[in-house]
Design a protein around this ligand. Structure first.
Ligand SMILES: [Zn+2]
Ligand SMILES: [Zn+2]
Length: 116
């Protein structure tokens, strides 16, 4: 098994686990999946950057995009895009899930809150 990847662990859900459990709940732009434990977090463009926070907190070094049609991995340790094995399904959020989302939590001025 590749260091930092457990292909048998399913994703934690269809949205950012940390945004969902925050008080108040947060919203995100794109989603990333921890290749080690399946944690779904939000990308670095998102207000809270939970995927990177998870990597920093746990030492889990690899994430895979959780966006439909994207299968790249990012290695935090070497700061590079890499290829990896097929992870346990589902390998992306539902196609009809809105971006940014969830819609009920996204403020009208959301473009003022993202990281570019
Ligand atoms: Zn988040
Ligand atoms: Zn993890």
């Amino acid at each position: 098994m590749t260091d930092g990847i457990d292909p048998d662990v399913p994703p934690s859900g269809t949205g950012c686990a940390d945004c969902d459990s925050a008080e108040p709940q947060g919203w995100w732009v794109h989603l990333r999946r921890c290749a080690q434990c399946g944690h779904i977090g939000c990308c670095d463009t998102s207000p809270a950057q939970h995927a990177t926070a998870h990597a920093n907190a746990t030492g889990h070094r690899l994430i895979q995009s959780f966006e439909p049609g994207e299968d790249w991995f990012w290695d935090y340790e070497n700061s590079e895009v890499i290829d990896g094995p097929e992870l346990a399904a589902p390998t992306s959020r539902p196609e009809d899930q809105e971006v940014p989302g969830p819609p009920s939590r996204v403020p009208d001025d959301w473009t003022e809150h993202i990281h570019r």
